[in-house]
Design a protein around this ligand. Structure first.
Ligand code: ADP
Ligand code: MG
Length: 391
């Protein structure tokens, strides 16, 4: 189904469910991080892009401009989860279970900014795979904040919506995440990666057109569920904070690759490995940006490979399935590959010459079967538009 047909079908389904037409349909994409992993909360650099998979939300404020009640009704086309009901006046962090915590977290965060949100009905339809490291949760939050920003006349800028969804995800949902995902989803642009400085939130769009260089970017979803709220992510954050404290810097962003030798005398071996990942990864993002601008995507492969090795060996957030995906892709034609996202599962990316795409896909599927792993999902992504109103 093309975008127009899909948007129309969503509006029809909304009307069949809630009995009235939606006030509009808004969409926000998932994202793939090209490079720059676990650098965001260290006030460093990341280079994600918005993908063509996205969450669409049809929304109608209840009572239109009359703001007649404070009831929220939410339905997703995913699974058979049924209608979720809530009240705008009774939202509290940690109290909501299930997927509703993402849209309701946005409502709560708007309220925290003094923005009055009336009751509304919402129908969600997303083709961002869940839990694959492509940020299906932020796609929902960004679609909802874009819609409610417009419908309530709040007038928030993209930067403010980034902060707001960051607050929703951290304080309401309870997932300690940085600002990368929502920045890509809200500020992405077709044909470009989003070079984001997580210290001041400044963004530069960097051309990333793999197809012009005869390449495709494959996403290999290992089907291993990752979980951010889990100990692994929290303990990496704690190591980074400890590293910054011992090295007496505001954040690891302030440590240069050349400082690592001196740091090695001050940090315990594990903290040193964690710090080394962040510091070298920041440098790789800067190199990737320079290389994309001066030479194009065909020359960034070695940076993707080095990023993966750093996450596997220093940050220790890979897993056998991700390592196998990367190795199989690399040895069958990919010019660079790495795990992407928070780690411990989720997806890998493989930058692959168009002519080798099928061979890489087959090799990865074969390797997974031989290892007795669940069959992966493999698909291509291209840098797509950020959050927008569709109708
Ligand atoms: P990721 O954001 O990396 O995909 P998360 O665990 O942060 O993984 O978010 C996944 C959660 O987002 C799911 O467990 C579910 O609650 C919610 N979710 C994502 N897509 C949908 C959808 N289409 N319908 C309902 N809930 C969804
Ligand atoms: Mg998420």
């Amino acid at each position: 189904m093309n975008t127009t047909a899909r948007t129309g079908a969503l509006a029809d389904r909304f009307e069949a469910t809630f009995g009235m037409e939606p006030h509009g349909v808004w969409a926000a994409p998932g994202r793939v991080n090209l490079i720059g992993e676990h650098t965001d909360y260290n006030e460093g650099f990341v280079l994600p892009f918005a993908i063509d998979n996205r969450a669409r939300t049809a929304i109608r404020l209840r009572g239109g401009s009359l703001r007649e009640d404070s009831r929220i009704r939410l339905l997703s086309t995913y699974g058979n989860q049924g209608l979720v009901e809530a009240d705008t006046a009774a939202l509290a962090p940690g109290a909501v279970k299930g997927w509703a915590k993402y849209p309701l977290g946005v409502v709560w965060a708007l309220q925290q900014r003094g923005i009055d949100v009336p009751g509304f009905d919402l129908l969600l339809d997303s083709d961002v795979p869940l839990g694959a490291g492509l940020s299906s949760s932020h796609a929902i939050e960004c679609a909802v904040v874009t819609a409610l920003n417009e419908l309530t006349g709040a007038g928030l800028t993209a930067e403010e919506m980034v902060e707001l969804t960051h607050n929703a995800e951290n304080a309401f949902v309870g997932a300690p995440t940085g600002i990368m995902d929502q920045s890509a989803s809200l500020r992405g642009a077709r044909g470009h990666a989003v070079f984001l400085d997580c210290r001041d939130q400044s963004v530069e769009l960097v051309p990333f057109r793999a197809q012009d260089a005869g390449l495709v970017l494959l996403v290999i979803d290992t089907k291993v569920a990752h979980s951010h709220a889990d100990g692994g992510y929290a303990s990496r954050r704690a190591s980074c904070e400890l590293g910054a404290e011992v090295l007496d810097v505001k954040a690891l962003r302030d440590v240069a690759v050349a400082d690592l030798e001196e740091a090695s005398g001050l940090l315990d071996p594990m903290t040193l490995r964690r710090v080394r990942h962040v510091v070298t990864e920041n440098a790789r993002v800067l190199q990737a940006v320079d290389t994309l601008r001066s030479q194009g995507p065909a020359r960034i492969g070695h940076l993707l490979d080095a990023s993966h090795a750093s996450m596997r060996d220093d940050f220790e957030i890979s897993c056998p399935e991700l390592d196998l995906a990367v190795d199989a892709a690399r040895s069958h034609g990919a010019i660079g590959a790495r795990m992407t996202g928070g780690g411990f599962g989720g997806s890998a990316i493989a930058l692959t010459p168009v002519g080798d795409e099928q061979q890489v896909r087959d090799a990865v599927v074969r390797a997974f079967a031989e290892a007795g792993f669940t069959a992966p999902d493999i698909f291509t992504v291209t840098p797509a538009a950020g959050a927008e109103r569709l109708s």
